[in-house]
Ligand binder design. Sequence first.
Ligand SMILES: [Zn+2]
Length: 331
Amino acid sequence: MIDLIQKYVEAYGPSAYEDAIREMIIADVTPLADDVSVDALGNVIAKVKGKKNGQRVMLIAHMDEIGVMISHIDKNGFCRFMRIGGVNPQTLIGHRVRFTNGVMGVIGVDDPRSQRLPKYDDLFIDVGANSPEDCPVSIGDTAGFVRPMAQLNEHRIIAKSMDDRIGCVVLLETLKALKKPQNDVIFVFSVQEEVGTRGAGPAAFHTKPDVVIAVDVTATGDTPKGFPMDMDLGKGPAIKVRDGGMLADPRLVRLMRDQALAAELPYQMEILPFGTTDARATQVTRGGIPSGCLSIPCRYIHTPSEMIDLRDVQNGIALLTKVVSEKIELK
Ligand SMILES: [Zn+2]
């Protein structure tokens, strides 16, 4: 699984520019699913047929990652940029970016002696150009961050884009583990989550699931002066109760918790005071679709080195496989 995680987290794919990661996912799901398609926005939809009279369950994880987009190139060839998604300026100085066309750049700051935190207006990308004419990228070009994955010990790994490529890994491994599920399972690898969960709603509207479970990362409270959250790396995947954008369907929360208890899998209950996931968009599409989320605890979200614990990933796959394989009754 480590090799798969490395392949996905190091792949390029800022929101709306998910082509490279999409191709990898299509290649990986095609031998395993009954039907694979790509919708008008670029969501990958892989379906597995279940037994008669089961539910239609959607599992959704987003393929896109945060990034930057060039908004202006000055007379010396320095590129100003807008962010794509929740990029934190604290993490940017000296960071490397790679554009869709392969050009590399480094982020610099106007006044390198300043002690205050930079704002976006203070930052630029240096691609080695001296003028707009010899600049190898143009206004509107998009870049993603560059950082190789590293394994710190048996359980913990760091990488860019754990958010949410680790969710894509969980979906793929669940797809591999499925054997004759009770329910039809629709695996969606979505686009444009980081800019406001834009891919998920159309995907759910189109495929008409009865129930949706998003798989994404959640913040933890286990670092010095961390978030006031009861959430630790390595203590189990998290069943979302609420976040900044939604209240998870209480019946689905109960069902996921009952299944974790029945299988004696570790789990944590997630109360995230900010942020949201694709489940927010699926919950309010069509006539409303009961939606919830299984979260992988993650330190340093939206930094170049997001940290997860492999045990949470494995236990998440086990729980999700059990939930979608067995009869689903919301009560
Ligand atoms: Zn995410």
